[in-house]
Design a protein around this ligand. Structure first.
Ligand code: SAM
Ligand code: SF4
Length: 336
């Protein structure tokens, strides 16, 4: 009897949203402790043995690609603290169906790795940066390093990684007076600054409630000081809405997961560092892929598992201002 080859049927969830985007967390660890993301003392880190190897990630990415995934974003934790991350980029680049490889980083280690990442095939990078002032950088990230992040942004552009996007989580009373300074960066350089609404998670709940500023308020405040016009974003512009000042080389964007969620257009799933497929940023729906993978599941069996997971992808998140996300580690998807 002929076996049915399901690998050419593309992934789509029960709401007919095609799934084309995979975010891969390569580590849960980080060299910063941003106040909105991680407690000062860190988290109960995963045992090393539980973390997927690059080979394992590559097998899963290949299966996902054969089922329709076209973009892969490498994230964390902080992905650049994992050794030889360029090797993973090269593995992903060798998968023919994958058209777009991007990285989310805090930028601290980007300057020394930008060339190797580009050479391995990295297309795009998002650098998180919430302030342009050193003393504030320390207050927000609880570690020093502004100079290194800025050097990382420059090095990425010089290495030909394009576009470079800067993700800035805007918090009332902490960095909201810098909106215009960030916007000015887009006039001088071809960078895309995306302002992100601070999201609630267990550790930041008190702070988040006080610090939250909606994307609409951010835009209003920018409009007050300059002539912003709706603009096309860079390739792979995901959930951001973009605006530009006349003659600016880059643009500013807002990402508003709370005030205007983009669930309707959601095309993504996420792989955690320990091999769970998570179906929604703020939901608990997940499927363990590591166990079958380590038991020797074939690529078509993995594709079958990915397909079965489509039935548990929820229609939307139900997160509201002032409520905690159900899980702290849901965070590593924001800003993609
Ligand atoms: N360490 C890398 C970085 O900072 O870019 C990658 C992982 S980080 C969790 C991914 C993105 O999530 C960053 O842009 C970060 O600013 C954003 N993020 C983390 N916690 C957030 C929160 N509570 N609200 C909004 N964005 C958040
Ligand atoms: Fe680390 Fe990124 Fe979280 Fe900041 S936002 S603590 S850099 S993982």
């Amino acid at each position: 009897m002929q076996t049915l080859d399901l690998t050419h049927e593309l992934l789509a969830d029960q709401f007919n949203r095609p799934i084309t985007y995979l975010r891969v967390s390569v580590t849960d660890k980080c060299n910063l402790r941003c106040i909105y993301c991680m407690p000062e003392a860190g988290l109960p880190w995963l045992p090393k043995v539980d973390v997927l190897s690059y080979e394992e990630i590559t097998v899963l990415a290949r299966a996902a690609a054969s089922a329709g995934v076209r973009s892969v974003r490498i994230s964390g934790g902080e992905p650049l603290i994992r050794r030889d991350i360029a090797n993973l980029v090269a593995n992903l680049r060798a998968i023919p169906e994958i058209e777009d490889i991007s990285l989310s980083t805090n930028g601290l280690l980007l300057a020394e790795q930008a060339e190797a990442l580009r050479a391995a095939g990295l297309d795009r990078v998002n650098v998180s940066l919430d302030t342009l002032r050193e003393e504030r950088f320390f207050e927000i990230a609880r570690r020093p390093g502004l100079d290194r992040v800025l050097a990382g942004i420059d090095a990425a552009s010089e290495a030909g990684i394009s576009p470079v996007k800067v993700n800035c989580v805007v918090m009332r009373g902490r960095n909201d007076d810098e909106l215009m300074d960030f916007a000015r960066l887009t006039m001088q350089r071809e960078v895309y600054v995306r302002f992100i609404e601070v999201m609630p998670v267990h550790e930041n709940l008190g702070m988040q409630r006080d610090a939250y500023i909606s994307a609409d308020e951010m835009l209003e405040r920018l409009h007050e000081v300059g002539d912003l016009q709706p603009a096309a974003g860079p390739a792979g512009n995901g959930p951001a809405r973009y605006f530009a000042f006349p003659d600016a080389r880059g643009a500013v964007g807002v990402i508003s997961p709370l005030s205007h969620d983009y669930c309707e257009r959601c095309n993504r799933v996420r792989l955690t560092a320990d091999g769970r497929l998570r179906l929604c940023l703020f939901g608990n729906q997940q499927l363990d892929l590591r166990t079958p993978l380590r038991r020797g599941a074939s690529e078509s069996e993995i594709v079958g598992l990915l397909r079965s997971a489509m039935s548990i992808k929820p229609e939307r998140h139900h997160l509201k201002l002032g409520e905690a996300a159900s899980r702290m580690r849901a965070l590593s998807e924001i800003g993609g």
